[in-house]
Design a protein around this ligand. Structure first.
Ligand code: MN
Ligand code: MN
Length: 452
């Protein structure tokens, strides 16, 4: 009989050197986090990294061969990249999403009330709304003029820039609010962002504060109120990543979910040994169900894979069904403050390595791709052969809730796929926490997988 502890996690002796490697690895990850808080920004910074490493834009009319490195930018919000390997018998995919929960601006966001200027928002993804009040927020995104010109917006990240905030009620007057259930502590229509309080210098107009804001936006960006319709602007937490803990073993930041899986997928691809054709997929829209033409429910990836097969003189469907994929996504780390929602035997623990989930989903395995036992065995072998710290995980107790990933969209294309990723504390909060050792273990796991 094995040590019962082995049922939970693969305990192995982690050397001081491996911890040091994990800490060094985390420096690059923190820079990646701080440079990209939206899917558009992550696509831009990833392309920069890819190009530095010799990747060029994909051309479906060309023929590619061993050693070629290409990428395809999907509408500035999602990205595919590939390294053409020595053989194409067992191509690999590492797929992660790069969108994170946040507050999107409504398409007609601007209003004035009580001599203060506000933006109305429509939250994006699964958030606990009360967590997004009374913290500094930054405005990110794009505004597109009628002539197609794209204006990039990023206000609230540099030290000398202003921030924005959603106000909450003072406790002294919150007697009624405090009786609301937690989910309604702050309601969707109460997530209004404070953006100004100075009036425009004229006597005639009403809504002078709003007018002043429009005038400032016009001065800075040359836009009018209508331009906000053709815009994608969002509010994200306006703080950078930080080391967490006296031992600095963890990182706290906005949007680990799922840049914490996108980054090790990217670094694994960059370090590929060139044996297997390996493909990086950075998807958008996962947090709202993967719908839309930058999400993985769309045909975009399938079309890309067909085009790629064509450039390699392979039959598209044979190529696609031979792919083995990792859906790299975060899972919940066991939180000892809230033990009731976890099945301890099947939980991921912070700092114990990459978490492998045979399935995700909810309500009796709905909305998931349950990896086959055969594929799970293959993954197990690769992880053990490469001496990688890994653990078996399931999101929480049966019927405590649940959540999906992009795995099912890859499975739909006839691939073998399994979920693997980094355990997170405070998932979907403005400030999430992960372990440096876990992200480094994920990098090593993804690399071992594509090199196998
Ligand atoms: Mn995720
Ligand atoms: Mn998520």
């Amino acid at each position: 009989m094995n040590n019962p502890k082995e049922l939970l996690i693969k305990e192995r002796n982690v050397s001081d050197n491996e911890i040091k490697e994990a800490f060094d690895y985390a420096i690059g990850y923190r820079a990646f986090l701080d440079n990209g808080k939206t899917e558009r920004e992550v696509v831009s910074e990833t392309i920069e990294i890819l190009e530095k490493n010799g990747f060029v834009p994909f051309d479906s009319k060309k023929k590619y061969s061993t050693g070629d490195k290409i990428y395809k930018n999907n509408r500035g919000k999602a990205l595919f990249a590939a390294v053409i390997g020595e053989n194409n018998d067992s191509p690999k995919i590492l797929a992660a999403h790069i969108d994170s929960p946040r507050l999107d601006l409504k398409q007609r966001p601007l209003y004035e009330e009580a001599s203060m200027g506000y933006f109305k928002t429509h939250y994006y993804g699964g958030i606990k709304k009360y967590q997004w009040t009374a913290i500094p927020l930054a405005l990110h995104g794009v505004i597109v003029r009628k002539n197609g010109e794209v204006i990039n917006v990023c206000i609230g990240e540099k030290a000398d820039e202003p921030r924005f905030t959603v106000t909450d009620l003072l406790p002294h007057l919150a007697e009624e609010q405090s009786k609301r259930p937690l989910a309604e502590g702050i309601k969707g229509e109460e997530l209004n962002v404070l953006i100004g309080s100075l009036p425009f210098k004229t006597d005639k107009e009403s809504e002078k504060v709003k007018l002043n804001i429009i005038s400032l936006l016009n001065e800075k960006y040359g836009i009018d109120e209508w331009d906000l319709f053709s815009a994608e602007l969002c509010l994200v937490p306006a703080f950078p990543s930080y080391d967490i803990g006296f031992d600095r073993s963890m990182i706290g930041a906005y949007g680990h979910d799922d840049r914490v899986c996108a980054y090790p997928s990217l670094t694994a691809l960059l370090e590929s040994n060139g044996k297997n054709t390996s493909i990086l997929v950075l998807a958008d829209k996962e947090e709202i169900g993967s719908d839309g033409n930058t999400g993985l429910a769309a045909s975009t990836l399938e079309y890309f894979l067909c085009d790629l097969a064509d450039t390699l003189n392979l039959k598209p469907h044979d190529f696609i069904r031979s792919i083995e994929a990792i859906s790299s996504d975060v899972t919940a780390a066991f939180d000892p403050t809230f033990p009731d929602v976890y099945d301890k035997l099947n939980s991921a623990f912070l700092g114990k390595g990459v978490a492998v989930e045979k399935y995700t989903g909810a309500r009796g395995k709905y909305d998931t791709s349950d990896a086959s036992a055969e594929f799970a065995a293959r993954i197990r072998r690769v992880l053990d052969e490469n001496d990688i710290s890994w653990q078996i995980a399931e999101l929480g107790k049966v019927d405590a809730g649940g959540g999906g990933t992009v795995a099912k969209f890859l499975a739909r294309m006839d691939m073998n796929v399994i979920d693997m990723g980094v355990p997170v504390l405070s998932m979907h909060a403005p400030f999430e926490t992960i372990s440096k050792f876990d992200i480094y273990s994920s990098h090593k796991a993804f690399l071992a997988f594509i090199n196998d």
